[in-house]
Write a protein that binds this ligand. Structure first.
Ligand SMILES: [Zn+2]
Length: 440
């Protein structure tokens, strides 16, 4: 716990950008006092304001008001009264470091499938490329992400570069390596890959502790098969292993996200006390009831399979997976519908990877399809997501003391969720404008 704090303090002291001001999270922020006017503002606190004025100081919201006399005389006024304001959106399931370019040709003129580019790129190349996905994510109105799985702590590097102001991107909460069971055959003379592999309770404890030592904000565990064009959902960990991971994370004050495509891993993860359950499809009524009772967050990530279908060739999947993936999407939506009806809390996660960045919020349309009102869907990407991050007092709302993360959309997102998905015109993160299409 001590090491990352010391590193952060040293990093701050050496940074020339300190003059721009640091907020409590060590992020570079703008020191300017600004007043942003919105025609309407959905504030994440249950109120819709007309003619709202958001006064911003040092990267944080100082005040929300309708009284123009409250605007300090030195403030720069940003007039977005044509638009509808929202809190900066939060995507709780990304793979920011696994961004790929649009299959650039190699020396031979051949295009490399995106699936093969990820492991082929050295970490420095991967993080450098990831800045494009980070920008696209911001342009979609997403100012915070929870990143759930990266190799070689590229996520930690990227999080820290963004916090230092050296890279432009959403605020990141990261997990380092996700934990998974041994899944490679024995090969003489080759050491098993390190990283997230953990079999049995002692190894699970070691790998959880390794991620925390490396500076992870959250723990991720894969409790079932299923990824990319593989939609199987066989449980991979025992209940005891899952429970050990949950308890080890909680012991250090960290939350845990557990991946399960199928119902068995979901059931054991919920019983073990996971904070969020990712993807899970075909969950039985008892598991859903248990989630509602415990307040377990469900992050269905329905839209990523739509992305895989749309981009199958570029990614490099073997044809033939499509019928299974289409059927999985339908079951995923049905499970989401049941869970929503039962009162389970949802958070929006895209599972964005490859070139999916920028499409992060398309998940919200699936939520509405599964029975949510647009207002409920907006909560999954704001207040609910902030609660899942343990940041309810700082993120997911526009209110005094919160980060000045603001989004302006063209239209009314409370009557049509597509406005929040497709009509983002302007984005501010911690008081700095990171995307502006209002002049186009
Ligand atoms: Zn994922």
């Amino acid at each position: 716990m001590k090491m990352p704090v010391i590193a952060a303090v040293l990093g701050m002291a050496l940074l020339p950008s300190l003059a721009l001001g640091q907020n409590r999270a060590g992020e570079k922020t703008s020191e300017k006092v600004r007043a942003v006017r919105f025609g309407k503002l959905w504030d994440g606190k249950g109120k819709i304001w007309s003619n709202a004025i958001v006064i911003i100081d040092g990267g944080r919201v100082r005040e929300v008001t309708t009284d123009a006399k409250r605007i300090p005389s030195a403030a720069e006024v940003v007039d977005l009264s044509k638009y509808y304001g929202l809190p900066g959106l939060i995507d709780v399931h990304t793979h920011m470091t696994m961004y790929t370019d649009e299959t650039p040709p190699t020396d031979t003129g051949q295009r490399v499938p995106m699936l093969k580019q990820i492991p082929a790129n050295p970490p420095a190349v991967e993080v450098f490329l990831a800045r494009k996905g980070a920008l696209r994510t911001l342009e979609a109105g997403v100012t915070t992400v929870r990143d759930l799985g990266a190799d070689q702590y590229m996520d930690i590097a990227m999080r820290d570069l963004i916090n230092r102001g050296e890279m432009i991107g959403p605020r990141m909460f990261v997990c380092g390596y996700g934990l998974y069971i041994t899944n490679t055959p024995y090969r003489p003379g080759i050491n098993p890959p390190a990283g997230g592999i953990a079999d049995g309770v002692p190894e699970v404890l070691r790998v959880v502790r390794q991620q925390i030592a490396a500076g992870a904000d959250v723990i991720k565990l894969y409790a079932s098969t299923g990824t990319d064009d593989d939609t199987t959902g066989f449980e991979t960990y025992s209940y005891d292993e899952i429970k050990a991971a949950v308890d080890a994370a909680h012991q250090f004050g960290k939350k845990i996200a557990i991946h399960s495509y199928g119902p068995d891993g979901a059931r054991d993860s919920v019983r073990a006390g996971t904070d969020s359950l990712e993807h899970a499809t075909d969950m039985d009524d008892a598991t859903i009831a248990e989630m509602a009772k415990r307040g377990t967050f469900y992050v269905p990530t329905i839209d990523h399979n739509r992305y895989y279908l749309d981009n199958a060739e570029k990614i490099g999947y073997t044809p033939g997976f499509q019928p299974k993936t289409k059927a999985f999407i339908q079951r995923n939506v049905e499970t989401a519908r049941k869970a929503h009806k039962a009162g389970v809390k949802f958070a929006m996660g895209s599972d964005a990877i490859y070139t999916m960045f920028g499409e992060n919020t398309r998940e919200l349309a699936w939520f509405v399809k599964a029975g949510m009102t647009p207002d409920e869907a907006l909560k999954t990407a704001t207040t609910n997501a902030a609660e899942l991050l343990g940041k309810s007092g700082e993120l997911g709302a526009v209110a005094p003391g919160y980060f000045a993360d603001l989004v302006a959309v063209d239209g009314d997102p409370t009557s049509d969720i597509n406005v929040a998905i497709n009509k983002v015109q302007w984005v501010m993160k911690a008081g700095a404008v990171v995307s502006d299409k209002t002049k186009n």
